[in-house]
Design a protein around this ligand. Structure first.
Ligand SMILES: N[C@@H](CCC(=O)N[C@@H](CS)C(=O)NCC(=O)O)C(=O)O
Length: 205
């Protein structure tokens, strides 16, 4: 299988971390495909033209990151990040959705901040940033119990929090969120996250 990646993308990082948690590294080749490049071919696999996209062994393609993670989970006989149907599963999926929504809002905030401003810019910047802050507060109040096995909600949350520091380090989310900070510091020690730090490239979001 081939995973089309951009080294700065947090959605890609979620999938790359999941691959490592699921011990599937030997089955997946990571291929750089920067969606902003003229000759990027990711749109052949994902009509949205976004990474990550996964080319499966039968030549098909899968997107987006939640679908790819769940597919890869089904292939692993060593670990799982998706609890079986029941409350733990809905909690894990909800936490993944929250983390992805934080990223969507953070990226929209960044795009808006990078373009020449107009009368609406401040409104949109504030609106996106408010969604980021609400998501952080929700994360602080919905942390898993310490004995819970790792799940996709943990990976997605850790990746989103790390990306926020990567892109908005000057607006540190940690002060006032002691529980989330301590949870984050611990989970970032996992090799799956330590091995997948984002790296910037031209025109990256
Ligand atoms: N919901 C998608 C989001 C993917 C996404 O937005 N990827 C960005 C990189 S961080 C991208 O490829 N953007 C290119 C574009 O918007 O044209 C997922 O979870 O995979």
């Amino acid at each position: 299988m081939k995973l089309q990646i951009s080294p700065s993308s947090p959605y890609v990082r979620k999938v790359r971390a999941a691959i490592r948690e699921l011990r599937l590294e030997d089955r997946i080749e990571e291929v750089i495909s920067i969606p902003w490049d003229e000759d990027a071919d990711v749109a052949m696999q994902n009509p949205a033209g976004k990474v990550p996209a996964l080319i499966t062994d039968d030549g098909g393609s899968l997107f987006d990151s939640p679908v790819i993670c769940e597919y890869l989970d089904s292939l692993s006989d060593q670990a799982t990040l998706f609890p079986p149907i029941g409350p733990a599963r809905w909690t894990a999926l909800r936490r993944q959705a929250l983390a992805d929504a934080l990223l969507d809002a953070m990226i929209a905030r960044r795009v808006e901040g990078n373009r020449p401003g107009d009368a609406d810019s401040e409104y949109w910047i504030n609106r996106h940033w408010a969604a980021v802050q609400r998501s952080l507060d929700e994360m602080e109040h919905t942390l898993p119990a310490p004995d819970k096995p790792i799940c996709i909600g943990d990976i997605a949350t850790a990746v989103a929090l790390a990306q926020l520091l990567f892109r908005f380090g000057d607006q540190d989310w940690r002060p006032g969120r002691a529980k989330l900070t301590s949870w984050f510091e611990e989970i970032m020690q996992r090799p799956s996250l330590a091995q997948t730090h984002p790296v910037d490239h031209e025109r990256s979001r």
